[in-house]
Design a protein around this ligand. Structure first.
Ligand SMILES: [Zn+2]
Length: 448
C-alpha cells in the first residue's frame, strides 16, 4: 500500500471513530449526573440490544376510563408509544384489570354485596377493556402489534414494532365459568392473575384476612389445569400463600408472578417469602418485580399509611366534588399536596435490591420486570416513567451483574417461561376441555 493510501485509510478510520462516538453520545443523550460515562454508554447499548419485557401495566384502564391516547407523548401517566420507544421497552403485557366492584352478586358466599358494585359484570368489564386494547392497536398499527405467542413477539420486533399482549388481572373475570376462560383465551388473553385483592369463586387472595377456600378449591384446580391446556400463563401475583402453593402443586407448566416483589425486603402480604422464591425456582417460573414504592420499601409504606390517614377525609371530598381526570380535581389534589406533602419516594436502589435478592435466593433465571406502571401511586426516584428503563440496566451492571444475566432479567426469563407454557399446551392438545360441575366445584381440597 502506498504511503498516501495508508494516510487516507487512517483518516477515514479516524473520521468513522469520531462519527460513531458522536452518534452514540447523541443516541443515549447526556450521561445522567453522577453516572460513569463509559458504563452508561455500555448500559444503554446493552439495554437497546436486549429484548425488554414488562408483564404488567394498567394503561388499559386509562384508555377505557379516561380516553387516554397512547399514540401521543403525554405529560401524565407512565407510558405511551413515544416514551415506550425511547425507553427501549419491546414487549408489554397490558392488564385487563377487573375491579372487585364488578364481582357483585356473582359472589356465592352470601356475603354483603360491595357498595357500588355492578352485579355479574366482570366478564363484560374485561371485554370492554380488551376492546380498548384492540382499538389502541388499530389506531397505532404502524408502531405496535397485538401478539398472542412468542412467534408473534419475534415478528413484531423484526418489524420494529412494540409487541402488545393482554393478561387478565382478577380471576373473577371468568365468573367461575370454564367456558368463559376458554373464550378469553380465544380472544387473546395470555395470562390470568388467579385473584385480585378479593377471594373469588375458586381461589383465595392475599388481600383478605380470613381464608375462604384455604387456597384453591376444586374449581380452582380445574382452572389451573385448563390454563395449562390452553397455553395461558398461570399468574400468582396477589394470591394468598396457600393459593400460591396449591397452584404450584397443580400446574403442569411454570407459573409467573406478573407484578410482585420480595417479602424479605418489604413485608407487604402481596410480596413472596424466600421459601416461596425457592419453590418458584423449582417450578421453573419467574417473578416480575413490581415498582410500587409501598411493595419495595417498608419505611415508605409506613409513611404513606400515615399520610393517607391524615388526608383521607380531604381526598374523599375531592373525589366526590370533582370528576376523575378533570382539571378541577388535578388542581384540588395539587393544593392538598402543597398543604400536606406526600412522602418522598425511595431511591431506585430499593428496586435493584429486590432484583438482586431474587437472584441470590432463586437464581438468575427466575426474575424479571413487572412495573405496574399506570396502576400505582408511587415509583422510586430515577424510574419516573418508562423512558428511565435503561437506568435499571445501568444500575444492575454497576452492582456487578454480568451482561448475560442482565439480559435474562430484562426479558429472556419471561420469554423462556412463555415458550414453555406454549410447549406444555402443545403436549396437552389431546386432553379434553375441563367442564364445570356444580356438585364438586365449590368443594375444598386437601381435606380442608
Ligand atoms: Zn395488581
Amino acid at each position: 500500500m502506498r504511503c498516501e493510501d495508508t494516510m487516507m485509510l487512517m483518516r477515514t478510520l479516524l473520521v468513522a471513530m469520531i462519527l460513531s462516538t458522536l452518534l452514540a453520545a447523541q443516541s443515549h443523550g447526556p450521561t445522567p449526573a453522577g453516572y460513569d460515562v463509559e458504563l452508561w454508554t455500555k448500559a444503554w447499548r446493552l439495554h437497546h440490544e436486549s429484548v425488554v419485557v414488562d408483564t404488567h401495566s394498567d394503561t388499559t384502564s386509562l384508555i377505557l376510563d379516561r380516553g387516554f391516547d397512547m399514540g401521543k407523548r403525554s405529560e401524565s401517566g407512565h407510558m405511551d408509544l413515544p416514551r415506550i420507544f425511547e425507553g427501549g421497552l419491546d414487549v408489554q403485557f397490558y392488564s385487563i384489570y377487573v375491579s372487585r366492584n364488578y364481582f357483585g352478586d356473582e359472589d356465592m358466599s352470601g356475603r354483603d354485596q360491595l357498595a357500588g358494585s355492578k352485579p355479574n359484570a366482570s366478564a363484560r368489564r374485561a371485554l370492554d377493556m380488551m376492546d380498548g386494547f384492540f382499538t389502541t392497536v388499530a389506531n397505532n398499527q404502524d408502531r405496535m402489534m397485538a401478539c398472542f405467542s412468542v412467534a408473534d413477539i419475534d415478528k413484531a420486533l423484526a418489524e420494529g414494532k412494540h409487541a402488545a399482549l393482554m393478561g387478565i388481572e382478577g380471576g373473577h373475570a371468568i365468573e367461575g365459568d370454564l367456558r368463559l376462560l376458554r373464550m378469553f383465551h380465544r380472544l387473546g388473553i395470555r395470562y390470568i392473575t388467579l385473584t385480585h385483592g378479593n377471594h373469588n369463586h375458586f381461589a383465595d387472595s392475599s388481600g383478605e384476612a380470613v381464608p375462604r377456600w384455604g387456597g384453591l378449591n376444586q374449581l380452582g384446580v380445574k382452572v389451573v389445569k385448563e390454563m395449562n391446556r390452553l397455553g395461558v400463563m398461570v399468574d400468582v401475583s396477589h394470591v394468598s400463600d396457600a393459593t400460591f402453593y396449591d397452584a404450584l402443586n397443580v400446574t403442569r407448566a411454570p407459573v409467573v408472578l406478573s407484578h410482585s416483589s420480595a417479602r424479605k425486603l418489604c413485608k407487604h402480604v402481596r410480596n413472596i417469602t424466600d421459601d416461596m422464591l425457592v419453590a418458584l425456582a423449582k417450578n421453573g417460573g419467574v417473578i416480575m418485580i413490581n415498582y410500587n414504592c409501598g411493595f419495595l420499601d417498608d419505611g415508605y409504606g409506613r409513611r404513606r399509611n400515615a399520610w393517607s390517614a391524615r388526608t383521607g377525609m380531604l381526598r374523599q371530598a375531592i373525589r366526590k366534588k370533582h370528576a376523575a381526570g378533570s382539571e378541577e380535581r388535578k388542581r384540588a389534589i395539587a393544593a392538598m399536596h402543597t398543604k400536606y406533602p406526600p412522602p418522598q419516594p425511595p431511591e431506585l436502589k430499593v428496586l435493584i435490591d429486590h432484583i438482586l435478592h431474587v437472584i441470590q435466593v432463586a437464581g438468575a433465571d427466575h426474575v424479571g420486570l413487572g412495573s405496574d406502571f399506570d396502576g400505582v401511586p408511587c415509583v422510586p426516584k430515577g424510574i419516573d416513567d418508562v423512558t428511565y428503563l435503561p437506568h435499571i440496566t445501568y444500575r444492575l451492571l454497576k452492582r456487578g451483574v454480568e451482561p448475560r444475566v442482565v439480559r435474562k432479567v430484562l426479558g429472556q426469563n419471561l420469554l423462556r417461561v412463555f415458550k414453555q407454557v406454549e410447549s406444555v399446551s402443545l403436549d396437552l392438545h389431546r386432553e379434553k376441555p375441563y367442564m364445570n360441575d356444580p356438585k364438586t366445584d365449590r368443594q375444598k381440597i386437601n381435606g380442608r
